[in-house]
Design a protein around this ligand. Structure first.
Ligand SMILES: [Zn+2]
Length: 364
């Protein structure tokens, strides 16, 4: 059983991040591990965070989306968790996968601040009176947990996110100089977690130190390519770096969809089908194809899409909830603005390896 728990925690670990380019929601880790009513197990249990990840995946229709966990330092000594669980959280913190805030900072307050700054929902059962951002509430559902809610306004990018920040504490896992998950890796340029604003001054949420301005941070938008309902590619469009998408783009840094296409789609999707670029905060799509590109325009996650055929070789601004259709079933959308309505053909649970003895899942 210990082996199974380890494997489940490994699956969960791959879906934790404090890089907003990878995440889809922010959660108080201390609250998530104590959601005993979801499964009727021990009062606190670390693999329970997997139920929250699965619920988020179902909500946004993306089984690669990551969760941004914030933990109070007190959780590292919470004896309702096993010593192994506490050790795992400590490792996740050192690796920058969990943001651990000082014991005197309420984790949920930092959760709300981070979520509002990066424009992603908070997942909590707390009512959050007066909170203007998007909130998902967790509820017990067949197979684990589900989210409900999600209405609210998405803020404009805060000016503090336009700068790159550095923490004076050596090897800071959130705002270190070179080390950490933000140097290289899958996401080019990497995202940075949002600073904590103390009376308007950007500070490190882990250390409370004033952050040093390390230059400008180009804006960036995370995107997914979805083929027949399954997310096949994740990529980032960064200001000043257009991205080509197609069956086999000439640009070596382009997004190659060919391997995922079959039948009619192979003939209809061009080698160089379209180009995405970011000017300021505006995302533009330019059709370069033989058979055309359609933008499905939506005012929100639950709005019915309205098709707009794109003129050839002329940039068209993409709304935050719009998705782009290269062909029926071949779609691009913002990774952080998806909804399950976009369709999802399969979902991989991070709880696949969780031992049934450790956590009792409600029957589907
Ligand atoms: Zn720091």
């Amino acid at each position: 059983m210990r082996f199974e728990v380890t494997r489940a925690l490994d699956a969960i670990e791959r879906r934790l991040s404090t890089d907003p380019l990878r995440t889809g929601a922010v959660v108080d880790l201390g609250e998530a591990v104590r959601l005993a009513e979801l499964d009727g197990g021990r009062p606190a249990q670390l693999i329970r965070v997997g139920l929250v990840i699965d619920a988020l995946s179902r909500q946004v229709g993306d089984d690669g989306v990551a969760l941004y966990p914030v933990a109070s330092r007190g959780l590292l000594s919470d004896t309702d968790l096993t010593s192994n669980e506490r050790m795992v959280i400590r490792r996740w913190s050192d690796d920058g996968l969990v943001e651990v805030v000082p014991a005197e900072v309420p984790a949920l307050a930092r959760v709300c601040e981070a979520a509002a700054l990066i424009g992603q929902p908070v997942i909590t059962r707390a009512p959050l009176p007066g909170y203007a951002g998007v909130r998902f509430a967790l509820k017990v559902a067949p197979g684990g947990a589900a989210l409900e809610g999600g209405l609210g306004t998405t803020p404009k990018r805060h000016e503090v996110l336009g700068r790159r920040w550095q923490c004076p504490v050596p090897d800071c896992a959130s705002f270190g100089s070179t080390a950490g998950p933000f140097s290289g890796g899958a996401v080019r340029d990497g995202g940075q977690p949002p600073p904590q604003l103390v009376r308007g001054v950007p500070c490190c949420p882990r250390h409370g130190e004033r952050l040093v301005d390390a230059g400008s941070q180009p804006s960036a938008v995370p995107m997914v390519a979805r083929i027949e309902g399954v997310v096949r590619e994740r990529f980032v469009v960064t200001e000043g770096r257009p991205v080509s998408v197609g069956r086999s783009p000439d640009d070596r840094a382009g997004v190659v969809l060919g391997p995922y296409l079959d039948g009619e789609a192979v003939r209809r999707v061009s080698r160089n089908h379209l180009r995405l670029e970011l000017r300021g905060d505006e995302l533009l799509v330019t059709d370069l194809s033989t058979n055309g590109t359609v933008v499905m325009s939506r005012s929100g996650p639950r709005a019915a899409p309205r098709p707009i055929g794109l003129p050839h070789d002329r940039p068209h601004p993409l709304g935050e909830w719009d998705f782009v259709q290269l062909h029926q079933g071949v779609e691009l959308s913002r990774a952080d603005r998806q909804s399950a309505a976009d369709g999802m053909a399969q979902q991989q649970s991070v709880m696949g390896d969780a031992p049934t003895m450790a956590i009792r899942m409600p029957r589907p």
